[in-house]
Design a protein around this ligand. Structure first.
Ligand code: GLP
Length: 249
């Protein structure tokens, strides 16, 4: 794992976006794994700016999102499909046929997870963007999820529902289930960039980097991946006791 400790959210976003931009310039038909949550929004803003400045194009890019809620319509403002349109896709020249997000409107959700899994194996991601939950979940692989899981339907922990309640009008409205890439799918990406900011992520970051590799800490499996870049702010790095190092990439 390569770890960069940057000053704040903006520096973290800029550094991560610069790595993505370099990879997009080198490979215009790159396959990206994308994440939701508040952590990657800053990266997406920098990608939109790079597109507007003519540095990158999404015309040949394919994207695969990590996860989607089950039980809300994909047109619901808090579905991850709506979220991705709002924060990235509506602002760049991506071909909508190249966007892949598990379809929460599907009638048989288990079939859907299997279909998504086939797509994921046929389209290895060049680069996966990740955030991390306060309980060290990645995608929606909650503590205790099997490492051999491929795309599957998962029950969200109460901790995760509470953390995500800020996006809904009440806790009751937060879906109880989601479809997510499994850890195996995430590990299949050639490169992974994980961003985290804020002191509420400090413990999860410490456990991911130095903790025992265990299903209780889903992000700890990233220690086994050959190309992971972790980019965190000073608060998320509190328990790592490392020098600030956020050099220009
Ligand atoms: C959600 C998503 C994760 C994300 C996590 C952290 O549960 N499924 O992919 O990493 O929340 O979210 P945030 O970046 O808002 O803290």
């Amino acid at each position: 794992m390569k770890i960069y400790k940057c000053k704040d959210y903006d520096e973290v976003s800029k550094k991560a976006a610069n790595i993505v931009i370099q990879n997009m310039i080198q490979k215009p038909n790159i396959i990206l794994g994308l994440a939701t949550g508040s952590s990657p929004i800053g990266i997406y803003n920098y990608l939109i700016k790079a597109y507007q400045d003519g540095l990158i194009s999404f015309k040949e890019v394919k994207t695969y999102n990590l996860d989607e809620y089950v039980g809300i319509d994909k047109l619901h403002p808090q579905s991850y499909s709506s979220f991705m349109n709002r924060v990235l896709f509506d602002h760049v020249d991506i071909n909508k046929n190249n966007i892949h997000i598990p379809n929460s409107n599907s009638i048989d959700i288990n079939d859907l997870a299997n279909e998504y899994n086939k797509l994921l194996f046929g389209n290895q991601r060049d680069l996966q963007i990740l955030g991390i939950g306060e309980n060290a979940h990645i995608g929606f692989n909650e503590p205790g999820s099997s490492v051999s899981n491929q795309s599957f339907v998962t029950k969200l922990s109460e901790e995760t529902r509470k953390a995500n309640a800020r996006f809904f009008s009440s806790l009751e409205e937060v879906p109880k289930y989601a479809v997510t890439m499994g850890i195996k799918n995430i590990m299949f990406s050639k490169k992974i960039i994980l961003v985290a900011t804020g002191n509420n992520k400090a413990k999860a970051v410490y456990n991911m980097v130095y903790g025992k590799i265990t299903e209780e800490v889903p992000a700890s499996f990233l220690q086994l991946h050959p190309d992971v870049v972790v980019i965190i702010d000073e608060e998320a790095a509190l328990e790592l006791h490392m020098e600030t190092e956020c050099l220009e990439f």
